[in-house]
Every structure is written in structure tokens, then in C-alpha cells.
Design a protein around this ligand. Structure first.
Ligand SMILES: NC(=O)c1ccc[n+]([C@@H]2O[C@H](COP(=O)([O-])OP(=O)(O)OC[C@H]3O[C@@H](n4cnc5c(N)ncnc54)[C@H](OP(=O)(O)O)[C@@H]3O)[C@@H](O)[C@H]2O)c1
Length: 292
């Protein structure tokens, strides 16, 4: 039995439905966004008792912890909230999982690194520079020291169609602005490895099915700045790229510092045989399918 904590979220919801599609037994949790579907349960990860009750009831072999405060600026301005969800909730989960020796799968991020290296393999030491990155790296430490079987899966800039309650993403923002004939301002000094969510989900599924353990980077196969990526989005979706204007992130005066981190995805390919799409291929696949 798989339990996805944070199954109502953008990645959690994709994972949940992919496991169902593959005939696997899965239960998931929501918090503020009630999901009126079978196999979904309410859970507040700040409530230790609530976590213990759910885990005792489901008795999961595998727990995917996808609950998080993912808004990097909110994590900077409300460090207690970031720590409560990204770290303490995970600690309660690990404690409750110990009696079932459940495998813990922790979804993490490129923000655990400081960006000083040209690229990062799974073997590199973490050194976060933001509150978000710090909480995610603390979460990774908890998993590494848990004595439970584990996977730490780091990803970056996930994009795909979404449900109406999910936060938007870098691709949908471009499509929405250009479709409504608005100018689209895009940052040219932030670089990412954009990740097509169905690739992330398929590879996670394979890692689970084949019982892999350790740290994996499930990210797209190219490193692009956000402006160049937006131009590719416009190209693939047949939108007017002249409406995309480059800006420097310094004009936004955001609370959290960001760094450019290129995650390498070689290990995932070597272990699973599954290749993660580059931007052009991922966006072409996305264009072919209907919004979920
Ligand atoms: N999105 C990105 O850009 C990105 C990039 C790299 C890594 N990641 C990592 O990927 C994972 C999933 O991200 P995502 O984009 O899918 O996140 P998301 O859409 O923001 O979902 C967050 C999930 O956390 C749940 N949650 C929030 N507060 C909670 C609480 N007190 N108790 C229980 N659940 C709570 C939310 O439930 P409700 O919505 O029902 O309240 C939701 O299911 C995270 O670990 C994140 O760090 C994300």
C-alpha cells in the first residue's frame, strides 16, 4: 500500500492517479483543498496525532511525502510555517512509519544546493542559501538518518497541465498571458532544468516498482534560462513570442535569494533506462495531450 502525503498537490495528484492507472493500491491526503474522491483523506501534518492515526489505519509499505510549502518567498517571510510543514511534519511521519518499517520517499528540490558548481550529481553535498532550501535539506537529513529504506527525489521547475486548485507553473503562465494578448515578462537570469511532470511521475513509478533506494535527480535534460524557455513555449504552442519581454530578477525585489542550480539526471537514466525529456520534447508531448 502506498500513502501519498500531499496527494492534493500538483505533483502528488499526478502521482496518485498514475499509481491508480497502474493498478497499485494508493491512499492520499489533502489539507486545504478537499478532494472528493475515493482513497483521499484529510490530514494536517502539523498534527502529530492525525499523522499517527492515518498511518496506523493505512499501514503503508511506501510513504511519499509531497506536502510542502513550495512558495520560496513565503518560506523566507514565514520561516516557522516552512519548518512546520517541510521538516516537523516529515519528522512526525518518519516516527509514525517506524513501526511499519515503511519506505520513505521524500520529494526534494535543486534549492538544497548553493549554485557554486557548474552542475550537481546526487553525490554532491548540500548547502542551501534560502529558508526553503534549508528546510528541504533538513528534511533530507531526517530521511537519511531515519533507519528506514528511502528515496530522496529532487526535481526542478515541474510543468504540465494542472487542476484548477493547483498553483500555476512556468509554462501555463506563458500560455495564459499570450492567449489573452497580454505582455509576458520573463526573468532572464534564472536558470532551471524544466521537468515535464509525466516524465517525473513515470520515473518515480519505476523507482518504486523496482524498489530502488538512494538519492535521484528527476529533472529535464536541458538547462535554460526562464526567458529562453518561455520563447520555446511560445514556439511550440504557436503563440506570439514578441509579447515576451526579458527582465532581470533584481527588479522584482523578492524576499528569497535564488541561485542557478543545474541538476544532473544521468543516474536516473542509468538505473531505470528512462530518459527525461528536454524542453522541446516535453513541451511537444504536453501540447499533444488535453488539459487534465
Ligand atoms: N513546484 C515546484 O516548483 C517544485 C520544485 C522542486 C521541488 N518541489 C517539491 O515537490 C513537492 C511537491 O510540490 P508541489 O508543487 O506538488 O506542491 P503543492 O502543489 O504546493 O502541494 C503542496 C501539498 O502540501 C499540502 N499541505 C500544505 N500544508 C499542509 C498541512 N499543514 N498538512 C498537510 N498537507 C499540507 C497541500 O495540501 P492542500 O493543497 O490540500 O492544502 C498539497 O497537497 C514538494 O516537496 C516540493 O518541495 C516542487
Amino acid at each position: 500500500m502506498i500513502l501519498i502525503i500531499g496527494g492534493s498537490g500538483f505533483l502528488g495528484y499526478y502521482l496518485h492517479h498514475n499509481f491508480i492507472k497502474n493498478g497499485q493500491k494508493v491512499n492520499s491526503t489533502y489539507f486545504k483543498h478537499r478532494i472528493n474522491e475515493e482513497y483521499f483523506h484529510y490530514l494536517d501534518v502539523t498534527d502529530k496525532k492525525n499523522i499517527h492515526t492515518i498511518i496506523q489505519k493505512i499501514k503503508p509499505d511506501v510513504i511519499i511525502y509531497a506536502s510542502a510549502i513550495t512558495n520560496v518567498d513565503l518560506c523566507e517571510t514565514d520561516k516557522n510555517l516552512a519548518k512546520a510543514i517541510n521538516v516537523t511534519g516529515l519528522k512526525f511521519t518518519i516516527d509514525a512509519a517506524a513501526s511499519f518499517h515503511s519506505k520513505i520517499i521524500y520529494i526534494s528540490t535543486s534549492a538544497v544546493f548553493d549554485g557554486s558548481k557548474k552542475s550537481y550529481s546526487e553525490a554532491e553535498k548540500t548547502n542551501p542559501i534560502s529558508s526553503y532550501g534549508l528546510t528541504k535539506s533538513m528534511g533530507e537529513e531526517l530521511v537519511l538518518n531515519s533507519n528506514l529504506p528511502y528515496l530522496i527525489i529532487r526535481t526542478d521547475q515541474p510543468y504540465s497541465w494542472k487542476k484548477n486548485w493547483h498553483h500555476t507553473n512556468s509554462v501555463l503562465r506563458v500560455i495564459e498571458h499570450l492567449n489573452s494578448n497580454e505582455e509576458h515578462l520573463e526573468i532572464s537570469d534564472w536558470y532551471n532544468t524544466p521537468t515535464y511532470v509525466p516524465d517525473f511521475v513515470a520515473c518515480t513509478q519505476k523507482l518504486v516498482n523496482d524498489d530502488h533506494t538512494g538519492i535521484f535527480h528527476l529533472v529535464g535534460s536541458d538547462f535554460k534560462n526562464r526567458f529562453d524557455f518561455a520563447l520555446i513555449v511560445a514556439d511550440i504552442f504557436g503563440l506570439d513570442k514578441n509579447k515576451i519581454k526579458a527582465i532581470n530578477s533584481s527588479v522584482l525585489k523578492l524576499p528569497a535569494k535564488r541561485v542557478n542550480v543545474k541538476l544532473e539526471n544521468k543516474k536516473a537514466f542509468e538505473k531505470t533506462g528512462m530518459a527525461m525529456s528536454n524542453s522541446i520534447d516535453g513541451l511537444k508531448k504536453m501540447r499533444k495531450i488535453q488539459p487534465v
